[in-house]
Write a protein that binds this ligand. Structure first.
Ligand SMILES: [Zn+2]
Length: 190
């Protein structure tokens, strides 16, 4: 990517008003996602800045707040967009990490692949569970499909068991630094 001014949109999975599915011990997804976003935003974007795209209010609850987040990203003419989204499943029976991108978006695919590669090497070396299960594939999640810029949804963990929650909490710093490393690699390569 030429060294023009980069604006990297960050979306926090869910919101205060709609905090997402509860983890195994009752802490909502949004709490985990906020910690991760704060850690990532401490890094410096070369030739650019972060753009906090979140829209969070009682009036616009999930998924309407997401429409506004997407509009914010598109209005701001961002270089790319990343949603950070630790997940929980209603039945607490999911696991693994995912990086999702919109099918047909070559730049989105390259960003997702870069992130998944960095996750695999950085987080596997620590011999932790879970590993990256697979790279994102065709997915109807609106965030991916409706941003003008390439976008990914990063789902580092399912916080469905006490073990996985401990993993997520222990590795938030490492996950944030891996996302940053993957982003820098992508910015250089494309
Ligand atoms: Zn969620």
């Amino acid at each position: 990517m030429p060294d023009e001014h980069h604006k990297i949109a960050i979306s926090t999975g869910h919101s205060v008003a709609s905090p997402g599915v509860l983890s195994f011990n009752g802490t909502p997804e949004h709490v985990y996602n906020t910690v991760l976003v704060e850690k990532l935003l401490k890094y410096h974007v070369p030739h650019g800045e972060w753009f906090r795209a979140d829209h969070d209010c009682e009036d616009l609850r999930y998924p309407k707040h997401l429409r506004q987040t997407i509009k914010n990203i598109n209005d701001a003419d961002c270089t790319c967009a990343m949603e950070l989204h630790h997940n929980a499943s209603p039945k607490h029976n999911a696991f693994g990490s995912l990086v999702l991108y919109a099918d047909g978006s070559e730049l989105g695919y390259l960003l997702a692949k870069r992130l998944a590669d960095v996750f695999t090497s950085n987080l596997r070396e620590m011999n932790v569970y879970p590993n990256i299960k697979y790279l994102g594939k065709k997915n109807k999640k609106a965030f991916l499909w409706d941003t003008v810029c390439p976008a990914v949804i990063i789902e580092p963990s399912f916080i469905d068991t006490l073990d996985d929650m401990a993993w997520a909490e222990l590795n938030q710093t490492q996950i944030a630094s891996s996302i940053y490393e993957g982003l820098l690699g992508w910015l250089k390569a494309v």
